[in-house]
Unconditional design. Structure first.
Lengths: 403, 325, 265
């Protein structure tokens, strides 16, 4: 679908990422999904091509593209499989963009550049066994001792936990101060007392690596604090504005794939002597998928456009994520129905789409959280205040400047 | 009117496409009271010239010289041009083999002649040569008229019937030597490594013999392999056979395997569920061998045998062996 | 060293079965287009040769504005420059007209040591452009190339993939090399290269630039004319059930059909 906001660069990027998904992900994904295996070789290829620094300025090791490009990459990777879009969500959106937005020059040099180049893999460690939507309820502690903070606690449901070299960790520096008592830390694998593990048995996104992280008296140099002490909650939330955007864009990819495969199948499969595409109840499902694809596309790339302009987009991103992930789940469900019993088996992709799509209506703000957010905005109970550091607007000249 | 046919051979072994092409030229010439000339290049290839007469040539230009030992475009194109000058034909006809396509294209360009490569049909009309050639990778057929005389056409293998050889036929052999000497040839052949006989890959295969649940076990693929070897075919399988562990995944045809478009797909003991069809329905000719007359595979097959594959497949191998000998 | 890759923009192979004769005659209108898949291997090899022997790799194509997209793909993969050859008088060129334009393009661009192209295009299927360009330039021609072994002392050594085996051949430079897909695995473009390529301004050389007059190229000069373009007759898929007393009889009858009627064996 052509859009006035997409340039030739975006169209080329879309073609290349689609081809990448088609050739590198789709042929392997059924097996990876069945075995719950994260394929590191795919991640390495993504790194070489520039996926891992897609919207990071060239001087920080990135490709110097804009935030729409981040959306396109997310969409067309998830068209292949959710696993590799999740990689982009945590490595680029939740971690690298947070460093880009909040980090000091020294931190960008040390952490962002190798991440954008794909030399180091990064993840985002907020959720805990007993704290998901309730971010204030996190229990990981960071206690200052001279030049270091000592971290203790446990993180859960962390994408790339067992793969990442760099961790953006949120911990309480002042347990009495509520959300103002949370601070953000950049931690390297190899730090004493840091252990990770993989969680098996997920319903979907089984080719993605999801795991846990444990900190036992892990010392983190004070200079590795991202932002100021007590600024962690704001950093976490601003990072989610970017993470949710990639989740929403990925959901567009699920809808697109569901629609494409349903159309192909409905034209080929015959019942009662004619292609099932001729039946109006099948057509209705196809029509709904098209409608969801169009609406979700508009919502997602509008949010991307706002990011490019440097306009705060917490509400717009939230509504895009809420709508697109629900629409993806509904579309995958319809696609299975169109495929009949075959759709219920892993002979076709659509059952995987349904399993994958379910995760996205839970993580990065459940649909319930987004429903409440939208109500609060509409009722005037919630307003976004300017942040100390905003996500920089896309400046093509600045972004593409070499060295 | 005359037609000049170039004969492709490798080390004296003639490609059957050459004789098909000669047969086609013969039938075109017979319809117009014309004659058929043949150009043969090689070393010690007089027997090919004699065979060419048996297959329908009236005259053979025989370029027998060490310079033609290996196929090289420069001396071969020079010889074809020499034969063209001697014969002054209305049509230069080549088998569309790899070498045939190479030498026809170069000769046509050097002589500034119109070229219709890889044609499946060729005819004369009002003194012009018409050809039909598959384009868009076989998805469209272009009907073309060649505006030059002679016209240059290469004929796709297996589009004309193999002619019968008649050793009593008489014809003239015109001995020709090297047209250009070794010193004028810049291309040197340094080495040749014969292809090891190995398995044919599924996606490149012209013929695929494929097995499904009906082969009953890994050993059930054996008769299929024997047939495939005789046919130069690849071995395919349905998901049922692969999931059962009877054959490896790289043989799987279908939705979750490979998509193939061979000339001939022989489905043995495959029911033909929609996801298998997705990978093979574009095959040119589909043969289904299955005990169950209601198997969906028969709905998309061109030829069907309702019988036990373990009886039919060996019978096919046996009969084919007889015919190929 | 200078390596020039001749490429064509063709329909995406997935689209080929859907194309109607009308669309094809109207320049593949409304069809997703890509770099001819065979030519992608030539682009990759052109880039690898530059990496091996140093120098410059140029992508060149004949065609209207839209062909820039294909040339930009070649730039994104790693070609240094792109040149497009177009003039209204080129419209309707046959394979020799196309070869003449490309040969003149190579000459005008300052010549090249190795001129690479794919084995054939997925739409025209002639597989003769390489022959035409070599002939018009009067240089060596190497087809079916599966490996470039060496380039040194003004000679190129390659391995050619034949039906019967692999042949190693040496020929003097400059040479036109048409490649088969066994030669390499084309790389993906990097995002940085995509960004730069998408903004590239590709120079166009016209008939006047190439010193070509209208009677040398285009439909006027074509030595082969397409009179008609049709879909192959639709397959009926009416199954012929082969009956017989014995398996042997059934096998005989089936082989008669396959060998004598369908001619697929």
């Amino acid at each position: 679908m052509k859009h006035y906001w997409f340039t030739e660069e975006h169209e080329m990027l879309r073609r290349v990422v689609r081809e990448f998904s088609e050739q590198e992900i789709r042929p392997k994904i059924r097996e990876l999904d069945a075995k719950e295996e994260f394929d590191r070789s795919i991640l390495d290829k993504m790194g070489e091509m520039g996926f891992l620094g897609v919207c990071i300025p060239v001087r920080y090791g990135g490709a110097g593209m804009d935030y729409l490009a981040l959306g396109i990459v997310s969409e067309m990777l998830e068209w292949g499989d959710t696993a590799f879009r999740e990689t982009i969500s945590v490595h680029v959106a939740l971690n690298s963009l947070a460093i880009f937005q909040w980090g000091t020059e020294e931190q960008k040099e040390k952490w962002l550049i190798p991440q954008a180049r794909g030399e180091k893999i990064a993840c985002y460690a907020l959720t805990e066994p007993n704290a998901g939507s309730d971010v204030r309820g996190i229990q990981t502690r960071a206690v200052r001792q001279g030049d270091v903070y000592i971290l203790n606690g446990e993180k859960m449901w962390i994408t790339l936990a067992d793969v990442a070299d760099h961790f953006l960790v949120f911990a309480k520096t002042d347990p009495e101060a509520g959300h103002r008592g949370i601070s953000a830390f950049l931690v390297e694998r190899g730090a004493p007392g840091l252990k990770t593990g993989t969680i098996h048995g997920k319903l979907g996104a089984r080719a993605s690596n999801t795991g846990w992280i444990v900190f036992e008296d892990t010392p983190v140099p004070a200079e590795n604090m991202l932002g100021e002490e007590g600024e962690g909650f704001k950093i976490a939330m601003s990072a989610l504005d970017n993470g949710r955007y990639t989740v929403a864009a990925g959901a567009v990819g699920v809808i697109r794939a569901s629609l494409e495969e349903s159309v192909a199948y409905a034209k080929q499969r015959t019942a009662f002597g004619q292609p099932i595409a001729n039946f109006q109840l099948v057509q209705q499902k196809i029509a709904l998928m098209q409608q969801r694809l169009d609406v979700a596309t508009q919502l997602v790339y509008h949010a991307g456009w706002l990011k490019n302009q440097g306009i705060r987009n917490t509400r717009e991103t939230s509504v895009a994520k809420w709508y697109a992930t629900e629409a993806a789940f509904a579309s995958a469900n319809d696609a299975i129905q169109i495929h009949g019993a075959y759709g219920y088996s892993n002979e076709y992709n659509v059952e995987r789409y349904l399993r994958n799509a379910k995760g996205a209506v839970i993580y990065e703000g459940t649909s319930e959280i987004h429903t409440l957010l939208q109500a609060q905005y509409a009722l005037g109970y919630r307003k976004d205040k300017p942040l100390r550091r905003e996500l920089p607007a896309y400046d093509p000249e600045e972004w593409t400047r070499e060295a | 009117m005359s037609i000049l046919v170039w004969i492709d051979h490798f080390g004296g072994k003639v490609q059957s496409a050459s004789w098909e092409t000669l047969g086609k030229a013969r039938s075109l010439a017979d319809a117009t009271d014309g004659r058929v000339a043949v150009a043969v290049m090689g070393t010690d290839v007089r027997d090919i010239a004699e065979q060419a007469i048996a297959y329908g040539a009236d005259v053979v230009y025989l370029y027998d010289d060490p310079v033609y030992e290996h196929f090289r475009l420069e001396p071969y194109a020079a010889a074809v041009k020499d034969a063209t000058t001697s014969e002054n034909p209305a049509l230069l006809l080549f088998p569309a083999t790899t070498r045939g396509r190479d030498v026809s294209a170069l000769v046509a360009c050097q002589m500034d002649l119109g070229l219709a490569p890889d044609a499946q049909e060729v005819s004369f009309q009002d003194g012009k040569v018409l050809a039909e050639r598959p384009v868009y990778s076989g998805n469209l057929i272009a009907k073309v008229v060649v505006e030059t005389t002679p016209a240059v056409v290469s004929l796709r293998p297996r589009t004309a019937p193999m002619p019968e050889a008649d050793t009593s036929r008489q014809g003239e052999i015109v001995e020709k030597g090297a047209v250009i000497g070794e010193d004028a040839i810049t291309t040197q052949v340094l080495n040749f490594e014969e292809k090891a006989v190995g398995e044919v890959s599924l996606t490149d295969a012209r013929i695929i013999v494929s097995g499904g649940r009906g082969v009953k076990g890994p050993e059930g693929f054996e008769p299929l392999r024997e047939l495939a070897q005789l046919l130069g075919a690849a071995i395919g399988a349905s998901r049922a056979a692969v999931d059962a562990g009877w054959i490896s995944y790289d043989h799987q045809v279908g939705q979750t395997g490979k998509t193939v478009r061979p000339d001939l797909y022989i489905a043995c003991g495959i029911s033909g569920a929609i996801q298998h069809q997705a990978g093979m329905r574009e095959s040119k000719i589909i043969v289904a061998i299955n005990k169950d007359p209601d198997a969906p595979i028969f709905q998309i097959a061109d030829y069907g045998i309702v019988d036990d594959l373990f009886k039919i497949v060996p019978a096919l191998t046996e009969e084919l062996r007889k015919r190929l000998d | 060293m200078k390596f020039t890759v001749l490429l064509k923009q063709t329909p995406d192979t997935a689209e080929l079965p859907k194309i109607t004769p009308e669309q094809a005659l109207a320049g593949n209108q409304g069809v997703t287009k890509v770099v001819n898949p065979w030519d992608e291997y030539a682009v990759e090899e052109g880039i690898r040769l530059k990496e091996r022997f140093g120098g410059e790799t140029v992508a060149m194509s004949m065609g209207p504005d839209e062909v820039d997209e294909a040339l930009k793909s070649a730039l994104a993969m790693g070609c240094d420059r792109a040149v497009r050859l177009w003039d209204e008088s080129f419209e309707g060129s046959d394979v020799w007209g196309t070869a003449l334009v490309l040969a003149k393009g190579v000459e005008k661009d300052g010549g090249a040591d190795v001129i690479l192209t794919g084995k054939m295009s997925v739409d025209g299927n002639s597989g003769a452009v390489a022959h035409g360009v070599a002939c018009k330039l009067g240089v060596s021609l190497l087809t079916q190339v599966a490996k470039i072994v060496d380039i040194s002392d003004g000679m190129i050594t390659v391995e050619r993939l034949l039906d019967e085996g692999r042949e190693t051949v040496r020929a003097p430079l400059p040479a036109v090399v048409s490649v088969v897909k066994e030669i390499n695995e084309p790389r993906y473009p990097t995002f940085i290269r995509i960004r730069k390529a998408s903004r590239a301004k590709i120079p166009v050389l016209t008939a006047a630039d190439l010193g070509l007059s209208p009677d040398q190229v285009g439909a006027a000069a074509a030595k082969v004319k397409w009179t008609e373009l049709v879909k192959p007759p639709a397959k009926k898929r009416e199954v012929v059930i082969i009956e017989g007393e014995t398996p042997e009889e059934k096998a005989r009858k089936l082989l008669d059909y396959l060998m004598n009627v369908e001619k697929v064996i």
